[in-house]
Write a protein that binds this ligand. Sequence first.
Ligand code: NAP
Length: 342
Amino acid sequence: MDDQMNPSHNGKGKREVVVVTGASAGVGRAIAREFAAHGACVVLLARSRDGLEGAGQDVERLGGRALPILTDVSDDMQVEAAADRAEREFGPIDIWINNAMVSVLSPALRMTAADYRRVTEVTYLGYVYGTLAALRRMVPRDRGIVVQIGSALAYRAIPLQSAYCGAKHAIQGFTESLRSELIHDNSRVHLSIVQLPAVNTPQFSWIKTRMPNHPQPVPPIFQPEVIARSVYWVAHHPRREFTIGMSAVQAIIGDKFIPGILDHYLAYMGYGAQQTQESVEPNRPNNLYDPLPGDYGARGKFDGRSTDYSVQAWVNRHRGWLALGLTVGALSSLYCAARKSV
Ligand SMILES: NC(=O)c1ccc[n+]([C@@H]2O[C@H](COP(=O)([O-])OP(=O)(O)OC[C@H]3O[C@@H](n4cnc5c(N)ncnc54)[C@H](OP(=O)(O)O)[C@@H]3O)[C@@H](O)[C@H]2O)c1
């Protein structure tokens, strides 16, 4: 395939090298597939042997090259070793996508210190270690992009997810600070954050929960492929921040203007909206410390309630062309009106 036509070649006739953390399932798995479909070399980091094997097969089947590496992102040495191995086997990393997460669905007063520590180590520090491993290699070359998979909850926290929301807010602060440093140093390395709406992933079947009913994403729910398409786009059209889904836009804007009203709204709606009607075993197996056996794939159990398209994301990706079209249209109308009046 022509390099010019396929952005997953890095302009030197070489396949693009992309690292995805949390690539064994959910959003990360869909992102890995999207890059594979464009012919990229995809380095897949996660803990589950079964999930990584499935993700590796997906990537090869779709035309990419796969390098699955068992990695726990809460361990900086493992992340660094994975980055080394990625470059040894595939060459310089072009794109690094931080995506791995764990969460605990629980009122804060029933959380333990260990729960907070583990969620923070994976969901926040995992991003810090991944970003630093990428930048140590990209900054000297003055080229590359790190994409942080964020969430509307990085702005507007919700009840029962204090550890996870704290981690998502922390990623935001870390990334903004670091971006200013890169600008200060005149670096051409990019940092982008993609803020997600609710997504149908296995997360809700395996997070640790202390609530009576089965966890669910807060509707409206999107399929992970919707996210993957925009993440691929952002990796090739760097934006400071890119939000997917009107629900995420509303949460972020709402938090700027009516945070107090949202505190009360979420106090009433936030518990029910995060659980189905179906009860859940009190001690169901969870993935907080260790992966669950089996290959869970990209999608969760909410296919029937999930949409596989976001008009907002499409408009967001094409906003430059749309603005140009509107400006040209407005100028032509003005020109025609002026000609008629003379
Ligand atoms: N789903 C949503 O509604 C939603 C909404 C907003 C934002 N997001 C964001 O989207 C991203 C992915 O979420 P998701 O819903 O796809 O989650 P998910 O279905 O639970 O998948 C999480 C991924 O992270 C990996 N992982 C967990 N702990 C790890 C560790 N210690 N080291 C390495 N990998 C680890 C898991 O694989 P292993 O178990 O094999 O390690 C899995 O591949 C997250 O950043 C999340 O904040 C999701």
